[in-house]
Write a protein that binds this ligand. Structure first.
Ligand SMILES: [Zn+2]
Length: 288
């Protein structure tokens, strides 16, 4: 947090420096654009091939084939979800929330893509529908579906409260990945990463820049739908914070399940889909 009483005097040009217009670091217009017409045609040809319910304060994993779709739906009551994505064939390639934030902004919606870690750095999924797109940004600077938070976890909980809580999203995702991929718990934990906070309403306070959360506007029936650019393993935790209106990392909040449905096109349509290539950088890093 910035000091309210700075220890150093401002230079005489301070106001002019603060008045310099910002420039957008990464213009999304220069990125490869999604082919929405093709996605629409694939969606029409897609049939529901899978569905799982993520129980409250727990997580689940499901695979989605490249060229298919998955939809996260709120059921029963307001609930936020912490989403991890992996390449189903290589857990080393996973969602990179920081780079996605740099490319698309603090909160995602229709048309934004979820980018993978280095060295692959390619779109893993593209958001194709968002029933909460009406929310925009509220007057606190809050919005939904952020890539600014991390995931609630027992390590931070221990630092802040001294107690152990085992149903934070980090632990939920660890257990779900271990069970799905038949990995030892500690090996699975190393693959869990920063999330897309689905349905969560968050921002940074305007005066101190602190991360805040507030009650999610999500209602049963709301959903966020994704196109799978590559073969995906999807992990989702129904956060112990429920709608995240008060606290997480405890059993205090009212929590509800979330549902993931998977929609796959037929084999012909699917074989038509070209997965994005791995990033073409040669990885020589200046060493010849
Ligand atoms: Zn959580």
């Amino acid at each position: 947090m910035k000091l309210t009483q700075p220890k150093h005097a401002a230079p005489h040009m301070a106001d002019q420096m603060r008045d310099v217009e910002p420039v957008i670091c990464y213009s999304p217009d220069t990125l490869p654009q999604p082919d929405f017409a093709k996605m629409k045609a694939l969606r029409v040809a897609a049939k529901q091939t899978g569905r799982i319910t993520v129980p409250p304060r727990d997580a689940a994993c499901i695979e989605v084939p490249a060229g298919g779709f998955f939809r996260i739906t709120s059921v029963e009551g307001p609930q936020v979800g912490d989403l991890n994505l992996w390449n189903a064939k290589d857990l080393g390639e996973r969602f990179y929330s920081g780079k996605t934030r740099a490319l698309h902004g603090t909160h995602l919606s229709t048309g934004d893509r979820m980018w993978s870690s280095f060295p692959a750095m390619r779109p893993m999924a593209t958001i194709v529908d968002d029933t909460l797109d009406w929310y925009g940004f509220d007057h606190f600077g809050g919005s939904v579906h952020d890539v600014i938070g991390t995931r609630c976890d027992p390590y931070t909980g221990r630092l802040l409260s001294g107690g152990d809580y085992h149903h934070c999203c980090h632990s939920n995702l660890t257990r779900a990945l271990a069970a799905h991929s038949n990995l030892p718990l500690h090996e699975a934990e190393a693959h869990v990463h920063d999330v897309l906070n689905v349905f969560m309403c968050t921002g940074f306070t305007r005066d101190t820049g602190q991360y805040f959360m507030k009650a999610s506007p999500v209602r049963p029936g709301d959903y966020l739908e994704f196109f799978a650019e590559i073969d995906l393993l999807v992990g989702l935790s129904a956060c112990p914070g429920g709608d995240c209106s008060s606290e997480h990392s405890s059993d205090t909040a009212a929590c509800y399940p979330l549902e993931i449905s998977v929609w796959s096109p037929d084999a012909t349509a699917q074989s038509d889909h070209q997965m994005p290539q791995m990033n073409p950088y040669d990885r020589s890093h200046g060493v010849s």
